[in-house]
Each structure stands twice: as C-alpha cells, then as structure tokens.
Design a protein around this ligand. Structure first.
Ligand SMILES: [Zn+2]
Length: 261
C-alpha cells in the first residue's frame, strides 16, 4: 500500500477539545507510522456558524499541542478559499443529469432517509429550494448537496475537497461511519477511480456512555492549558481516554506514530 495522504479537518465553529485530540492522534499517528502526509483543512463551509476567532484559536491550540501538518498550515487552507471547486463539482453531476431541486423541509423528512419525492417534480432552482444528487441504490436516499439557504452541505464539501487534495485515507470518528457509503458513492460520481479508504476510530464517551460534549468544561484545550497542563499531558490524556494507552502518561505529539505503527 502506498503511503497515505490523510487530513485533519476541524470546523471553526468552536474551540478544540479532547475529542479533536483523539482524532489528531489517529491522523498523525497513522500518517507517521506509514510514511504518509497530513493535510490541515479548515472546514468552514457553514458560513453561518464559523468565526475567525475560533479559527485563530484552533490553529494556536494545534501548534501548542505539537501536531504539525505537512500542508495547509502556512497559510491555512480553508474550504472558503476555493468556492469555484464546489460549483465545478456540481456542474459535473449536473451534466450527468443527477441534480434536482428539492423543497422538502427537515420537518417533513423527520430524520428519515430521503424518499425521492422531488426527483420527478421538475422544481425550478429558485431560492428556498435545496439541491440533491441522485444516488442509486443508497439506503439513506439522495444526498443534499446545497441546502435551502444556498450553503454547501458537509457531505458534499468534504467529498469534493478529498478528491481535489488527493486524500487517500479518511480518518474520523465512529459517529460518522453511517455516511461512508454515501461518501464512496459520491466520490465515484465526482470521477474518482478509487474512493479513499475510511478508518473510524473510537470516541471519548462520558460516564453514561454519551459522546463527549463540546461544551464540557474539563475537556476544552483552552481550559486545560489555562489549568497549567503541558501539551504532552493533554495528548496522553486523550490517548488513554480511548484505550490507546493503558494509563494517561505524557505523550508528545511527535511520538504518536509509535502507538499506531
Ligand atoms: Zn424533496
């Protein structure tokens, strides 16, 4: 297997917490263990929730932790830097006759798989309509690529970016495992001969088994820094929380490759 190209892709919609550090350990750990590369990508496709101060803070925290990307740090690579790539990807899907307008509300779908209601309605592409791409044989239904407010969706934006940046290994939390088949299907429609490989890692859960909350005060990197913890102590704590090491020993970011070799 050739050395992987993977990515660390935080959203500037909040501060980094231990859950991000777990993801970074897997991303850098696997890349370093296999002689691969790490791309940093700022996932700011959701313009409503992103804030410049969060981006500055996450870059500073990442530097402090010691996770050094091979690409995308100086200057930071943002999704918003290249708006044309999403339009181009949409145009490709459009040429294949796979894109249609959809005015279904979230309330109507009620969290269920999309039932294809608008596939044959021929709705005009006006404001108030989202855009979907037809994915045949996909149990979760046709994928929303642009929402009713004109914003690209997460699923679409990351598939386009992973293709454009040559990402061959996607490393993410188990909570996203359900969307993998759609990512693979979309990659094929976008023209990828080989979809990226996907690796899903454990998440930190609290005592009641719930996924770590972003608002948890004792897991924010800012808070841990303010409390006087050293970077290797924070990385070790995250590694121990998902069982990569037995006890929370200090672990420098530069050595995470030894955990996953
Ligand atoms: Zn619809």
């Amino acid at each position: 297997m050739p050395p992987p190209v993977t990515r660390f892709a935080p959203s500037p919609t909040g501060y980094l917490h231990l859950g991000h550090v777990v993801n970074a350990i897997y991303v850098w750990g696997l890349a370093r263990a296999r002689d691969g590369r790490v791309i940093l990508r700022i996932e700011d496709h959701d313009r409503r929730r992103c804030r410049p101060q969060y981006e500055a803070a996450l870059l500073e925290d990442l530097d402090w932790l010691g996770f050094v990307p091979d690409e995308g740090r100086h200057p930071p690579a943002r999704q918003s830097d290249r708006p044309a790539v999403y339009e181009e990807a949409l145009a490709r899907l459009d040429r294949d006759g796979r894109v249609y307008a959809c005015d279904c509300s979230r309330q109507r779908l009620g969290g269920r798989a999309y039932d294809g209601r608008c596939r044959t309605r021929g709705l005009p592409r006006s404001t108030g309509c989202g855009l979907r791409v037809r994915l045949d044989d996909e149990p979760s239904g046709d994928l929303l690529v642009r929402d009713r407010d004109g914003h690209w969706t997460y699923q679409f934006a990351v598939a386009v970016d992973d293709l454009r940046q040559g990402v061959t290994l996607v490393i993410r939390g188990q909570d996203l495992a359900d969307s993998t088949s759609r990512q693979v299907a979309l990659a094929g429609l976008l023209g990828r001969a080989h979809p990226p490989a996907f690796l899903h890692h454990p998440l930190i859960v609290d005592a009641s088994g719930r996924k770590l909350s972003k608002s948890a005060r004792d897991t924010g990197i800012r808070e841990l820094r303010a409390a006087g913890l050293a970077p290797d102590v924070v990385v070790g704590r995250a590694a121990a929380a998902v069982g990569l090491i037995a006890t929370p020993e200090p672990l420098p970011a530069a050595e995470v490759g030894s955990l996953l070799g």
